[in-house]
Design a protein around this ligand. Sequence first.
Ligand SMILES: C[S@@+](CC[C@H](N)C(=O)[O-])C[C@H]1O[C@@H](n2cnc3c(N)ncnc32)[C@H](O)[C@@H]1O
Length: 320
Amino acid sequence: MDNSLSLLAECGDEVVSGIPCVDHARVTSCAIQTFGSKYPAIKRAYEKFGSELRALPMAERTALAQLGQERWSGTALATRQRRELVAVLNTCDSSQIDEIDTLIDLGAGDGRVIEAICSDTALGSRLNSIILVDRDKASLDEATRRLQRYREAGLSIDTRCLDIRDHCVWKGLKAGRTLVLASASLHELDRADKVTVLSRIARNASYLVLVELAADHDAPPTQDMEFRHKAAAFYDALIADAIASLPASQHCSVAGAFLLGELEAMLTHTYAARQNYHLAAEKWRSAILACGFRLIRERLAEILPGGAPTYFLLAQTSPR
Ligand SMILES: C[S@@+](CC[C@H](N)C(=O)[O-])C[C@H]1O[C@@H](n2cnc3c(N)ncnc32)[C@H](O)[C@@H]1O
């Protein structure tokens, strides 16, 4: 094993878990140098933004990563995912989801997904009420601005600046008429939190629409070399897509602070601190069915050339 990989291998969960004696920057720098030849987009982003980002105080770096996460919705990948989601929803028999009048968007971001649903789907035209949930106030403000024309046309739009794990998300809702949308947000929950949140969705709504990049990042420990290479290949494709499709002014926040930051966390943090737990399609399906849903429709689409496919799932709460 070469030096950098062996350095990574030495960093077991106990030593890396946010304990200051471990030099994360050195570990990451070694990993990136090793990965560089295999993963050119990671190398490029690291060389361009690595030192600039490391020089920032942690709070500023976190804020830039959150901004990058919001701006990610402008990438080619996210745009094609929205188009595909619209197509999936429009192929559903309207009798399957026709009693829905409320949509809750968990991890709504800047509201582009809801905007696409409202403007391009039959479901969107039937909604009376939308509830946008996100922990990031700036994203919710942006989403509210984006959806203003629908509010003016009579759609009720409520925002809840909450963690999606907070049970207050569900206050005052009529379960029978509610559909939950979770697009690119539930992968941020670890195994236990996924079960908690999916079970709450099953109790409080009748339908779930899930959109997630399908990748098997949940189970393996961070010391596992195969896991690290899977994570690197996954983020290399995302970073390449972000750099190719976003204006240069957004590369540092999206490709650097957000995407490279997520990869760094996956390479150096414990399972609990990793914050990204993408699942393969069949694992999403089983987790969702185990929490009390029945599958209506699913689609695995190769949207990002060379990258992870996107998994779309529509499920209904099983009658109890
Ligand atoms: C990658 S963005 C996706 C945004 C949008 N749904 C889309 O598909 O374009 C993930 C969003 O989920 C939000 N998010 C992630 N984890 C969250 C949590 N635990 N609680 C609340 N919001 C969360 C982030 O703030 C971000 O706005």
